[in-house]
Design a protein. Structure first.
Length: 301
C-alpha cells in the first residue's frame, strides 16, 4: 500500500550539523557495514541535502519497477505505471502519477540540483554511467555534463533520443526549468557491492565539492567517455549465455562477444559485435530468450 506518507517516510534531511537521520548504516552483501554519514563531512557542509532512499516504495517492495499487483488490477487505468516517466506528476492521477507528483512537488522543485541515482534492472550490469538532459536543454545540459564528470563515471550519455531523455523523466523536467539535473546508473539491480557503494559515495562527495557545498578539490575518477548512444545487441536464439567480454572492454567489429548454447551444451549462436566500441552494459542472467539484450556498446560522441 502506498500513499504520500509512505513515500515521504524514508526521506533523510541533512542540513549542516542539524542531522535528523534514521538510516545510519547499510549492510553490504559481504557482511560489512557502510556509515551513511560518511557521505558528507557534516561539519563543513553548506546547504541542504535531501536523500530519498526509495523514490518508488511499492517497486522496492516488489523488487521491480513495475509494482505488478497494483498494475494487474487495472492495466490500462494504471498505465503508464512507471513513476520515472510520469514527472512532474499529477495529484489526481493514477498511482505512478501521484508518486511522481509527491516527489516533484514536495522535494524536487525546491532543489537547485538533482542527482537521480539508479541501479539497472535486475539481471543487467552497467559500467558506472551518467545520463544527461538532451543537448537542446542548453546551459542546463552543459552544467549537467560538468557535474557528471565531477561525479566521475566511465560513460556520459549525451543523446537526443530514447528513454533516457524522456520529457517526463525527472532530470529532463528539471533541466527544462533551468536546473542542473542528471541521472546515474551504478552496479546491478538486486545486489549490494562494496566497490560500487564506495564509488557512489566518492561520486556524491565530488558533486558536493563541484557545487561548493563541501570544501576541497574534486577527485578525478572514471573514464569519462562521452557517448551519444548505446547500440543494443540482442540474442537471436534462446539458451544459456556465455559472455566472452567484460564491462569496459573495447571490442572490434565482428568480434565474438558471447555464445549461446542449448541445454545439451551445443553451440547455437555466436553473438558478434556489430561495431567497434566499449562495452557499457552486460546481461547477467544466464538464461535468455530470443530478443533479449545481451550487451550494449557505447558510440562515442
Ligand atoms: Zn535507470
Amino acid at each position: 500500500m502506498t500513499d504520500e506518507a509512505l513515500i515521504l517516510e524514508g526521506i533523510e534531511l541533512v542540513r549542516g550539523q542539524q542531522v535528523e537521520t534514521r538510516l545510519r548504516t547499510i549492510e553490504l552483501a559481504d557482511g560489512s557495514w557502510v556509515d551513511l554519514p560518511l557521505l558528507v563531512d557534516l561539519a563543513t557542509l553548506s546547504g541542504t541535502v535531501l536523500v530519498v532512499p526509495a523514490q518508488n516504495p511499492p517497486a522496492l517492495q516488489a523488487q521491480h519497477r513495475v509494482f505488478v499487483g497494483h498494475y494487474l488490477k487495472s492495466p490500462l487505468d494504471q498505465s503508464p505505471n512507471d513513476p520515472w516517466i510520469s514527472f512532474p506528476g499529477d495529484a489526481d492521477g493514477n498511482m505512478a502519477a501521484r508518486i511522481a507528483h509527491v516527489l516533484y512537488d514536495r522535494l524536487m522543485r525546491h532543489a537547485d540540483y538533482l542527482v537521480d541515482i539508479h541501479t539497472p534492472t535486475t539481471g543487467g550490469r552497467y559500467a558506472p554511467f551518467a545520463f544527461l538532459p538532451p543537448p537542446d536543454a542548453g546551459a542546463a545540459a552543459v552544467a549537467a555534463e560538468a557535474m557528471a564528470k565531477a561525479f566521475g563515471v566511465d560513460y556520459v550519455l549525451s543523446t537526443e533520443q530514447g528513454l533516457y531523455v524522456s520529457e517526463q523523466s525527472p532530470h529532463v523536467v528539471l533541466a527544462r526549468r533551468g536546473k542542473t539535473a542528471l541521472g546515474i546508473e551504478l552496479g546491478e539491480g538486486g545486489r549490494l557491492a562494496a566497490d560500487i557503494t564506495a564509488r557512489g559515495v566518492l561520486g556524491l562527495t565530488n558533486v558536493f565539492r563541484h557545487v561548493g557545498m563541501l570544501q576541497g578539490a574534486v577527485e578525478t575518477i572514471g573514464r569519462q567517455i562521452v557517448i551519444r548512444s548505446m547500440t543494443v545487441v540482442r540474442a537471436q536464439r534462446a539458451g544459456l549465455v556465455h559472455l566472452k567480454v567484460a564491462l569496459n572492454d573495447s571490442v572490434a567489429a565482428g568480434q565474438v562477444m558471447a555464445t549461446i548454447t542449448n541445454i545439451f551444451g551445443e553451440l547455437v549462436e555466436e553473438i558478434r559485435a556489430p561495431l567497434a566500441g566499449p562495452i557499457v552494459r552486460i546481461a547477467t542472467f544466464p538464461i535468455v530468450n530470443a530478443g533479449e539484450r545481451i550487451i550494449q556498446i557505447g558510440v562515442p560522441r
